[in-house]
Design a protein around this ligand. Structure first.
Ligand code: SF4
Ligand code: SF4
Length: 487
């Protein structure tokens, strides 16, 4: 007797080939007509006699189910205890310390999470982190990791700087690097720093310093001038593209000089944020005309649509969304050509990855019992300018999990996680739980537990089925595309 513990997910490619995704193993396999007709009437919990498979010409499917143990597991939300958290911290340490070095910014980007559009996040303020707060955060972070190294000598840790605009507190950033190198370079000689900046205050001096001190630099640039300046403006509403672009050229020049001098500089990356009005075709034309900048494109992400009034009247957007749809359609067609990987812009490859590949490549969280979340305060510890600990730099301030004076509050960490899982009532029956990348930030409220928007799962399902179908359609024509990513 074969019992199906989860419902098979069937999808069809543009070429009319059908595949089945199994949520227990994350295996996707092609199915013929007979198998499709059988699998589409299977529900979680149903049982079938093995002889029925044989009599209905489904012996190969039976063999696959037995061999790979397909459809055999269900998702049970974990219960996180304080002891579990404590053991994890002791054995794994904290991977990433994110210092929110300022709440101030010289820009007023229209979609910024500090803007009035976001219901729960904090607002801009003239608060800079002090060196005492940064030092106490680093000491706490390093002491936890000093113990964890005894369990695992290969632990890699990073320190990140986040804002507001980080370079407004450049003096502190230098102090942090100097203190960390002086106090902890023996313990963690390979420590890497990361920084996100709007690039307005980049200079020869700070670029040189960062590239010399193992900084991974991420710069925000929203494509061509018209699109960038539509949203990314200074505090007095002036365009910023020209200065940002000049500073990017400076960064590229200094980076190339380091490479030529065989210095171990980390390549910088460009982060692009888009909203519904952004025209991808024009963006692609811009990046195609700037190959030096294009090769640094690292991430293309949409302005968040959670807990925000940012997105306005959907009807007026129709022509823009239609144009975007046409661009994506053409991009998919182009990607089926074997020359795509060598000839396309980095911009278009990154768009393709973000809409097709990444949603269904939730690899780091195997077996994904935490969905897309990290363990708060373990995978990442964010410290605000006043020394309060948060699970992430992106979550609103209503979920603190300790501070520099008392350390991590293990009971709050466990409480947050359990409240989060309590909000996920439907996951046990969901045949996408093993690719779901839901995280706290998507379900945040004003600190009173977590809540999912009513249509979140439905939209996720539509998106993932579309991604699966497009991905396998591309793979049928161009199976080696993005080999690295798939591996
Ligand atoms: S540069 Fe960053 S922090 Fe400043 S307004 Fe823009 S998105 Fe917000
Ligand atoms: S899609 Fe929704 S129900 Fe399915 S696993 Fe994700 S959060 Fe849970």
């Amino acid at each position: 007797m074969i019992q199906f513990m989860s419902t098979p997910l069937l999808f069809t490619t543009a070429e009319d080939n059908t595949y089945c995704y199994d949520n227990s193993t994350r295996i996707v396999f092609p199915v013929g007509d007979t198998e499709r007709q059988f699998l589409q009437q299977v529900d979680a919990g149903s049982c079938y006699d093995e002889n029925d498979f044989i009599q209905h010409g489904l012996s190969a499917l039976l063999e696959q189910i037995r061999h790979y143990r397909l459809f055999q597991s269900v998702f049970t939300p974990p219960v996180i205890t304080e002891q579990y958290m404590e053991e994890k911290i002791q054995s794994e340490g904290i991977s990433h310390l994110c210092l929110i070095v300022t709440d101030a910014c010289n820009f007023r980007c229209k979609y910024c999470i500090y803007s009035d559009h976001y219901y729960y996040s904090k607002s801009f303020a003239n608060r800079h982190m002090s060196f005492d707060t940064a030092k106490a955060s680093i000491d706490y972070f390093m002491n936890v990791n000093r113990k964890a190294v005894e369990y695992n000598p290969n632990i890699d840790i990073t320190i990140g700087f986040y804002g507001g605009e980080t370079l407004l507190n450049w003096r502190l950033i230098r102090q942090v690097v100097e203190y960390t190198e002086q106090a902890y370079s023996l313990l963690f000689p390979n420590l890497v720093y990361s920084i996100t900046t709007n690039a307005y205050l980049l200079s020869e001096e700070n670029i040189d310093y960062m590239l010399e001190h193992r900084f991974s630099i991420s710069v925000s640039l929203d494509g061509h001038p018209q699109n960038h300046d539509r949203n990314r403006v200074t505090i007095d509403n002036k365009p910023t593209f020209a200065k940002v672009f000049n500073n990017l050229q400076l960064l590229e020049r200094i980076y190339q000089e380091k490479v030529a001098a065989q210095k171990p500089a980390i390549p910088y990356g460009i982060l692009i944020t888009y909203d519904n009005l952004a025209d991808f075709e024009e963006m692609e034309a811009f990046f195609a005309s700037q190959p030096n900048i294009d090769q640094r494109v690292q991430r293309v992400s949409r302005v968040s649509d959670m807990n925000t009034s940012y997105y306005g009247d959907e009807q007026q957007l129709e022509p823009f969304l239609q144009r975007r749809g046409e661009y994506i359609h053409q991009l998919i067609t182009r990607s089926k050509n074997k020359t795509f990987e060598d000839t396309a812009t980095q911009f278009s490859k990154t768009v393709l990855k973000s809409i097709i590949f990444e949603p269904m490549m939730n690899l780091p969280y195997n077996p994904n019992e935490l969905r897309g979340t990290c363990l708060p305060g373990l995978h990442k510890l964010a410290v605000d300018s006043e020394g309060r600990f948060h699970m992430c730099e992106k979550i609103n301030p209503h979920y603190p999990i300790g501070d520099i004076h008392h350390g991590l509050d293990i009971s709050m960490q466990a409480k947050c996680m359990n409240e989060f899982f309590a909000a996920l009532k439907h996951c046990a029956d969901c045949n996408l739980s093993n690719v779901c990348n839901l995280c706290y930030v998507i379900a945040e409220t004003d600190g009173k537990g977590f809540r999912l928007e009513s249509d979140y799962c439905e939209r996720f399902r539509e998106g993932i089925v579309s991604s699966f179908s497009t991905y396998y359609s591309i793979m049928e024509s161009n199976p080696h595309l993005f080999q690295d990513l798939r591996e």
